[in-house]
Design a protein around this ligand. Sequence first.
Ligand SMILES: Nc1ncnc2c1ncn2[C@@H]1O[C@H](COP(=O)(O)OP(=O)(O)OP(=O)(O)O)[C@@H](O)[C@H]1O
Ligand SMILES: [Mg+2]
Length: 282
Amino acid sequence: MPVTATSWLRPLRGGSQTHLFKAADGHHYVVKLTSNPQGLRTLVNEWIAQRMLSYLKIPCPEVEIIEIPLALIEASPALGITRNKTVYPPPAGWHFGSRFPVDPNLLAVHDILPDMQLMTVRNLHHFAAALAFDKWTANADSRQCVFYRARLLDVLGDEEAGAAPEYALRGLVATMIDHGYCFNGIYWDFPDAPGFGLYHRSEVYRKVRGWNDFEPWLERIRNFPETLLDRAIHEIPQAWLASTSEDDLSGLVEKILRRRGKVASLIEATRERFPNHFPNWR
Ligand SMILES: Nc1ncnc2c1ncn2[C@@H]1O[C@H](COP(=O)(O)OP(=O)(O)OP(=O)(O)O)[C@@H](O)[C@H]1O
Ligand SMILES: [Mg+2]
């Protein structure tokens, strides 16, 4: 069920012209509008990708369908998609929301970190995981994430955190965002390029020493259940599927499933093309 947006805060940077809202559940959301310039299917991609990432246990924000009421649009003149200095308001109704991991009025969230600080991020191993995911989904974008301080246990989960007492503490963590270009954006044709999904700083891959660093994720991908994709698709609002047929959707699912066994070879091609990104992988 959608969550209703209660206030509009501001536009955010980026090609899809997202906006920050507060919603009735008390959380803040970065909202991609159905009228965004990157196309309606990027909302579908975001939704499916989040369900896949959650299954793989790769940190990513919660997502919700965000209902923007007409009254809020009318009360927020800067809310919309800007073309030639004109703001075109979005249609009232259901849009895509990626939950802000903290209250943005109280705590900082960073798009990038200086290298020294980047090295202190407590879940850098999830960048190898995200690379496996991005190869699988032909994410035609570089890897993007945001960093913030959190209780490590909340981000890493019991399985990884184990019994180590330090995981009750807080630390800098990365959570993976922006999956609009998975499945090659609106095209759903999965071209594979070695640079897809790489993070712009190679430091995040410094601890990668071999296939063991990818294996837990590769195994989860190999065993990924078809039913999960079916469930994800049924959650998607019809309005987001205006230019998508049943055949398009079943074709997408089929291609995703068929590629489950191909991920290691795609990572290998990336390593061959960008060896400097993996200096300790011998
Ligand atoms: N869940 C989130 N929590 C915090 N910030 C977020 C979240 N999702 C997105 N953002 C912020 O909103 C910005 C735009 O989001 P996103 O990257 O998904 O859209 P985009 O238009 O594709 O941006 P770009 O073209 O810059 O890649 C991000 O750079 C990030 O700062
Ligand atoms: Mg982006």
